[in-house]
Design a protein around this ligand. Sequence first.
Ligand SMILES: Cc1ncc(COP(=O)(O)O)c(C=O)c1O
Length: 383
Amino acid sequence: MDLPFHRPWIEDDEINEVVDTLKSGWLTTGPKTHRFENAFKEYVSAKHAIGLNSCTAGLRLAVMTAGFEDGDEIITTPMTFPATSNVLVLERLRPVFIDIEPETLNMDVNKIEASITPRTRGILPVHFGGHPCDMDVIQDIARRKGLAVIEDAAHATDAKYKGTPIGGLGNPTAFSFYANKNITTGEGGMLTLNDDARAESIRTLRTHGMSRDAWKRFGKSGFAHWSLEEPGFKYNMADINAALGIHQLKKAQRFLKLRQEYAESYDRAFQDEPAIETFQTRDYALHARHLYLIALDLKQLTVTRDEFLNLIQSSGIGVAVHYIALHLQPFYQRELGYNAKSFPIATRYSDSVLSLPLYPKMTPEDVARVVDTTLGLIQKNRK
Ligand SMILES: Cc1ncc(COP(=O)(O)O)c(C=O)c1O
């Protein structure tokens, strides 16, 4: 693949920080994780930021500590990565999907109230592709109905809602630093929140439920036993990963500017092509531009979306699909009784979207090549 779907941007300062960590003798959760946590909580204006080994871990810990009971219903979107609703199922909750809005592919907040039942206890919005959901509407419903809100911000480092960074709205919010995210630690995640007691409990749950971080246990302040109050997970971030995050975060705004520039180039290039639908940015949103999606108008083409994916991959350009919605996946169909007709808008976009390369390591020439190839293939395969 001569233009891969993603390539991370790692410079000497990340490399030197990892080497420094390796030479320091302390590899797991310790001073570098704490530095990264402190910088991240400032970046998103949250009171606490807890370094984890994935966003999935953050979602699970937020769900686990929300006070839900077995069988409670949590409203979320089907247009997401499996982690979002898998953690609900694993915590013995029932995901209730609602359809999405075609303009942004986010959950359609106007459909939330009609899905509330006596068992509903929470809402789990996903800021799809880096575009924030309409959080005032979600938080207003949550307040009126007494529901918890947990945000899946895997795509939304750098996003803002009405000027407030995602992560700074007061809800537990889970971020991903997986290799292709706006900033990366290779694998990693962060959970931000404002509640002191809950943050303390989550810090414990990220290391099995043991009451003290290992680096404190082995510190100079004398030997101390840990105690186990409840069973937790092995979800802590390691300093080797945090070493990358410290420097990636310093570059986040530089990276974002390039993402914005390239996304705008794509928008301009595709605006007059009737077989390509592009997506909108709401007035309230600062879009993190994590993903760049187009939807094909299949009625105008002689090929399916999957055939189009093959054609573009064959020309040396990496592409992806975000997503085949979860109500189309066998597990959720069996478990929740959904079918393709349950959420027609999510079904339509599952069949027609594709994501083009969008990352700061690309050059403007790479963007032009993607545009030319995409438009050329549309011309060749028009009905
Ligand atoms: C919407 C969404 N939520 C959660 C996750 C899980 O993130 P992680 O791989 O860091 O666990 C992803 C991963 O890409 C995602 O796209």
